[in-house]
Design a protein around this ligand. Structure first.
Ligand SMILES: [Zn+2]
Ligand SMILES: [Zn+2]
Ligand SMILES: [Zn+2]
Length: 272
């Protein structure tokens, strides 16, 4: 059993957008308040896979996996009472997905250990460059630095007794990663799924997928494009994320096919 918590379902600006008076930004529906995109994956405690230790050199039980360190990570952690982060998966290094990285220090303090981070080679190189203060630390560290151990994703790997399958996607021309665990997949920030990734996604039943707005966009699926992906995949439950202020929760959900809805901050999914 895994439990997914949608920590943030909004696009990079967040909803409400600063200074905007549109109906969605002024909505009183809490599902129209969207922080920057991230999810937490919690794995029910069970026998630990010895392969975890070998492959990740991580000598603890992985139960709580964060996907991306969004700009809003601190408030997301408080809102959802996230007490542990045992590992972090990164999809790509756009600001909305990484600029909360410093908040990880609190988990380092509580867990008294570095946190293993998994990403593809380009994302690791970007993280080292963007956060050189972490990876080439200065002599004076003040309030402390995140303690992160970086691992390169080169294919499916085992974490917390489950297999994590990286799913290559395109976000405009930028290659990014989605992730599949069992019958669940999280595909944020994409507008094209290459042929070989359709194969990796065969049998997915529950999906969280990028759907920015109605109007087409150069780097994100639109609502109708995302709906077509769900239909082609044959997933039984789909939740759209990375949503901008063009889409009000209730009205948009009423227009979607059965089994398809907008995600919202705090949404929890349980997957067998
Ligand atoms: Zn607005
Ligand atoms: Zn992005
Ligand atoms: Zn994004």
């Amino acid at each position: 059993m895994i439990r997914i918590t949608v920590l943030g379902s909004g696009t990079s600006h967040g909803v409400p957008a600063v200074g905007c008076d549109c109906d969605v930004c002024r909505s009183s529906d809490p599902r129209d308040r969207r922080t920057r995109p991230s999810i937490l994956i919690e794995i029910a405690a069970g026998p630990q896979d010895p392969a975890d230790m070998r492959e990740s050199a991580f000598a603890g039980a992985v139960r709580s996996i964060l996907v991306d360190t969004s700009t809003d990570l601190r408030m997301q952690a408080l809102a959802n009472d996230v007490r542990r982060v045992d590992a972090i998966l990164f999809t790509h290094t756009h600001a909305d997905h990484v600029f909360g990285i410093d908040e990880v220090r609190r988990y380092n303090q509580m867990q008294k250990t570095a946190i293993p981070c998994f990403a593809d080679a380009d994302t690791l190189a970007n993280l080292r460059r963007m956060f050189s203060y972490i990876f080439e630390p200065p002599k004076q560290v003040g309030g402390g630095l995140p303690q992160l151990t970086l691992f390169r994703i080169a294919g499916p790997f085992s974490l917390g007794g489950v297999e994590v399958v990286p799913v290559p996607l395109f976000h405009g021309t930028l290659p990014v990663l989605g992730f599949r665990i069992g019958s669940f997949a999280y595909l944020t920030d994409c507008n094209r799924i290459p042929d070989q990734s359709w194969t990796l996604l065969q049998g997915v039943q529950t999906i969280i997928l990028d759907a920015l707005r109605h109007k087409p966009h150069s780097t994100h699926f639109s609502l109708s494009e995302a709906t077509a992906v769900v239909a082609r995949l044959g997933a039984t439950r789909a939740y759209f994320t990375h949503i901008c202020h063009d889409l009000g929760h209730a009205a948009t959900c009423a227009s979607l096919p059965p089994g398809v809805e907008l995600a919202y901050d705090g949404l929890v999914l349980e997957i067998a």
